[in-house]
Design a protein around this ligand. Sequence first.
Ligand code: SF4
Ligand code: SF4
Length: 336
Amino acid sequence: MISSHFKPYHIPLFLAKYAWLKARGMPMLVHFEVTMRCNARCGFCDYWKTPASEKENELKSFADAARKFSPMMITFTGGEPLLRRDLEDLVRAVREASRLTYITLITHGGMLTLERAQSLWDAGIDQFNISLDYLDGRHDTARGIPGLTDKIMRTVKEMRAAGIDGVRFNTVIKNDNLDQLQPIVEKAAEMGIGANFSLYTDFKNGNTDYLIQDGPVDATVRAVEGLMAFKRRFRGVISNSDHYLSTIPQYLRGELPGPCKSGNKTIHIAPDGRVKRCPDFPLDGPWQDYKGYAPIDCDRCYYACRGEAQAPLRPSRALDMLALGRRAPLPVASSV
Ligand code: SF4
Ligand code: SF4
């Protein structure tokens, strides 16, 4: 179910907007990378090496871009967006600029407190996506933040108790956390939040340690089938589309048809305002010059933002949105 910032009567409005954007070939999901700086130390991402001086090049507002694209969903991401002290101002301005847009925030959660969550929720964040790849100490080690997992659990409990009902775990499927996928979903269900999955890629910094393609493909397929079985029984916890989950095995076996269509339904806008077709591609021109991207013969990732962008709008997505008493997504992409 969408967060309580929106009501069921908004769903037909969102669906009408979806049709309107589709007819005009406009992006459904726009990621605002508000900073590339990060205070985690992940081994599979080099964003944390971004010098502090880059702060000078970060846009002071994304509101004009929000107004121009007015997509179904906007995601504030990074880097670690909570490093921006003016994040609430950025969110508030984007909320004002595009009211019928679902606004999400991706964070590692290490700096998220109830107070910060509440001020961001009040500013207009509809959904908090908190990275969580393991339920045990491996997550703290992987992110280089001691005590991170416990902190996430405490904060999410407090957020739920305070009535913040748009919360999800964002989990990257790697070769060493297949045993964690089901427990993460069960933990999310127990806490009254959602869970979203995306497949690992080594494209961020060339770290192949967690790649599945050359390793446990069959075990991954079984784990993903387990997620699909859970989703069939308890719709509304796992927020990926049925399409994305069911095509992961095809991707892993090299059988996914067609070129990648990134850069049309979803785009990324970097801290300095330049656009890129997907998170890990080089930057192009300023967002004001965006005119879409041609399909590209690239198979480097199967991030949710690639797979979900190509998910057809099937009745199962409406069921996801309407799933009562649980959290489910809009019929567009989720993020890494
Ligand atoms: S993956 Fe996320 S948390 Fe880790 S260094 Fe990159 S931006 Fe930071
Ligand atoms: S497959 Fe598509 S989304 Fe993934 S890295 Fe290549 S162009 Fe980007």
